[in-house]
Design a binder for this molecule. Structure first.
Ligand code: SUG
Length: 445
């Protein structure tokens, strides 16, 4: 069957700012309260999408959520005649709550949902489980809106099932595809799906991080695999190494990345890594007539701190139409010596990766979001491609329109104090109204 992998990138929203809301995310804490550059951020993200499209990869966008979301402040008991007054009064008491209602974090669409292509699923529909993002307050506000948008884009119920997010409970905390790896020989064949969890609330004896929170639970991952009707024989649940979480690896996609028959990982990625990888090799060998390339990096080659600073494993690994692979790295990987050497090793060793690109995504990186955070992978059959909402597929024309839209609506600079500026609210909502028109998609509930 002809299939195509699409990357749905988050179009970076006009309220992109550094509020330091994500405990355990080192970059977010480091850049807290610094001015951000929303226009530059969005153009950097668009540039990445265009690079992928030029490589021949399927490229689409997920729109930013409408921010601010003053209804959240009202739910928490704040009052104000107008939304601007409400925001100002809440800001006097709790600026971090105002930052949460202004957050543009939906840009990191690797956390929007977990996707299982139809070929992996018992009912042969493509399953999407929007993430509840229950472990951080600002991101938990994304789940209902993301679900609505995914239902509008993947509307055909004969082809797609968009589930509700899992109940928003600590034991079911789910961060989406950032903790999910799909390995196979070809995208069109049923794959091995690996779910990586950070904590196992039903097993008090499981190892735990000591410093930072584990965001993904085993119970959430198992529930998603069940809903997606995955074959248990090729569905693996691995635990993320708590040492990595304590070093700032808040999602698995900061310590490993897989695509088809290639898995890049740090030696500190998983609990019991050696037996896990042995099990994977044997499963892959029994299922596919293709070689699995596991490229593991030692702590000596790439200290954990450098893995987190460079975001090497948050590179996007994509298959080009010629069958070989390109690694889209953050530019930091070319600047940090250890990470740069790792990219050289990948190119030197025999494996399908023959091209490495370094992209400047610093505005997103400063909040802990690299190339792979900014995209949600969706493997679609030819007929499913025709069923998604066409307005979100990136064409040259849409890219040009988005560039004009960004330049028209986005500020150059945003400081934390600007979040109480009533003009920012109006500007941000106008931008979303205009985007609804460009995409032909109703973005306001
Ligand atoms: O959830 N940052 C995001 C970054 C998400 C990265 N995604 C993946 N690894 N897939 C997060 O921590 C920062 C928000 C702030 O500080 O304002 C933030 O939410």
């Amino acid at each position: 069957m002809t299939v195509r992998e699409f990357n749905f990138d988050g179009l970076i929203g006009s309220t992109h700012n550094y509020a330091g809301l994500s405990y355990g995310n080192v970059a977010s804490a480091t850049h807290q309260h610094r001015p951000s550059h929303p226009r530059e951020a969005a153009l950097q993200g668009l540039q990445k999408m265009q690079t992928l499209a030029a490589l021949g990869c399927g490229q689409a966008i997920l729109p930013p959520l409408r921010r601010p979301r003053p209804g959240f402040l009202r739910q928490l008991g704040f009052v104000g005649g107008t939304d601007a007054q409400l925001i100002q009064s809440a800001h006097r008491v709790a600026p971090e709550l105002v930052a949460a209602c202004y957050s543009a974090a939906s840009m990191w669409t690797a956390n929007a949902a977990t996707i299982s292509p139809s070929v992996d699923c018992g009912d042969h529909r493509l399953h999407l489980s929007p993430a509840n993002l229950a472990s951080t307050l600002h991101r938990s506000l994304e789940a209902d809106e993301t679900t609505r948008i995914l239902r509008a884009i993947f509307a055909n119920e004969n082809e797609f099932t968009v589930h509700d997010p899992l109940p928003s409970a600590a034991a079911l905390s789910d961060e989406g595809a950032a903790n999910h790896i799909r390995l196979c020989d070809k995208h069109g064949n049923a794959a091995i799906e690996i779910f990586v969890y950070g904590s196992d609330p039903l097993n008090p004896l499981a190892p735990k991080p000591e410093k930072f929170p584990a965001r993904q639970t085993r119970l959430a991952a198992e529930s998603i695999a069940r809903r997606h009707q995955l074959d248990p024989a090729v569905t693996l649940h691995w635990q993320q190494n708590p040492v990595a979480i304590d070093a700032g690896v808040f999602h698995n996609d900061v310590i490993s990345v897989g695509n088809q028959n290639v898995l890049l990982c740090h030696e500190c990625a998983f609990v019991d890594q050696t037996p896990r990888l042995t099990e994977l090799r044997s499963l892959f060998g029994s299922k596919f007539d293709a070689q699995l390339y596991v490229i593991e990096f030692s702590n000596a080659e790439l200290p954990l701190a450098d893995a987190v600073r460079s975001y090497l494993f948050n590179s996007q690994l994509v298959t080009r139409p010629d069958g070989n692979m390109t690694l889209i790295c953050p530019i930091e990987c070319s600047e940090i010596e250890s990470a740069r050497r790792c990219t050289e090793r990948i190119l030197q060793e025999p494996n399908p990766v023959d091209d490495v690109r370094f992209l400047n995504l610093r505005q997103s990186m400063n909040n802990g979001g690299g190339p792979a955070c900014l995209r949600l992978r969706v493997v679609l059959t030819e007929s499913q491609v025709g069923q998604i909402h066409p307005g979100v597929v990136l064409t040259d024309r849409l890219a040009a329109e988005l560039e004009v839209w960004i330049k028209r609506h986005y500020r150059e600079t945003l400081s934390p104090a600007d979040l109480v500026d009533p003009d920012l609210l109006v500007e941000s909502w106008d931008a979303i109204d205009d985007l609804s028109r460009i995409l032909g998609l109703q973005l306001v509930a």
